[in-house]
Ligand binder design. Structure first.
Ligand SMILES: C[S@@+](CC[C@H](N)C(=O)[O-])C[C@H]1O[C@@H](n2cnc3c(N)ncnc32)[C@H](O)[C@@H]1O
Length: 244
């Protein structure tokens, strides 16, 4: 890695030194897990306001994946505060999974505001390992702004593929690495070592589309878009769906 990059990473680390010290002592993680739901509640309002049209376009086809019984069984991974519920079709049955139990209260709030969603249960588990969810039991799996925080993306994609029924779909909406020749990428690189603590494991420079393309889905369709937050390190996004 170029020396000037290391220099700027060090500058950011010095400014945020207390966070790095707490992380080194193993004390930061529980703090991040507590404040993440509050942070996400604010951030997702902004995301839905500015990226809502993209989400509407993405989720427009959800009902096409209703199972033979006419029901739509949805598994939302890394559900967070339930930011996607407003975009779900009426009557769909949603099971929520998140490794952070502190989201539960926020999820309940979102469910109260979105009574068109039929909530099934909240499972505290990482998306890479969900033995509670039966193989081939879901029509649709939804994951938004989650893969950035997942250590092993190949593992979570394998698990998503397992729980989907044949012909089911995985819908994704993720922030990703910027064009390596851009200023945005430069900011992502220098912020990354600190951002992962602030964002509870979130990495800015993941080329997530590469994992999706090599996973064992039969068809993957997605597009790259830029969020209208000019200097934000989470500006570049991809969204689309993959079929089993
Ligand atoms: C940035 S938040 C996004 C929340 C929500 N999906 C949204 O779009 O607002 C990331 C979420 O992923 C969850 N998460 C982190 N690692 C995960 C994993 N391995 N499996 C499933 N969810 C995970 C976090 O707890 C958090 O709820």
């Amino acid at each position: 890695m170029a020396l000037y990059i290391l220099f700027f990473q060090l500058c950011v680390a010095i400014i945020t030194l207390p966070i790095h010290i707490l992380a080194g002592l193993g004390l930061w993680d529980p703090i991040a897990k507590r404040f993440m739901p509050y942070l996400m509640e604010r951030i997702t309002k902004n995301i839905n306001k500015h990226m809502g049209e993209h989400k509407k376009e993405l989720f427009r086809t959800l009902s096409d994946f209703k199972g033979p019984s006419g029901e739509l069984k949805v598994l939302e991974l890394g559900c967070g505060t339930g930011a996607n519920f407003p975009f779900y079709p009426s009557g769909c049955k949603v099971t929520c999974v998140d490794p952070n139990p502190n989201f539960k209260t926020f999820l309940s709030k979102s469910l109260a505001e979105n009574d068109h969603v039929h909530f099934q249960e909240f499972l505290v588990a990482p998306g890479e390992n969900m033995p509670q969810v039966a193989t081939g039991s879901m029509d649709v799996v939804i994951c938004t702004l989650v893969l950035c925080s997942v250590e092993n993306i190949d593992d979570i994609l394998t698990e998503i593929h397992r729980v989907l029924r044949p012909g089911g779909a995985y819908y994704f909406f993720e922030h990703v690495a910027a064009d390596p020749s851009s200023w945005n990428y430069f900011f992502q690189i220098i912020l990354d070592p600190t951002w992962k603590h602030i964002g509870d494991g979130c990495k800015l420079t993941k080329e997530t589309w590469k994992y999706l393309e090599r996973a064992k889905f039969s068809d993957v369709k997605y597009k790259h878009v830029l969020a209208p937050f000019k200097w934000s390190p989470v500006r570049p996004h991809i969204y689309g769906y993959a079929l089993k």
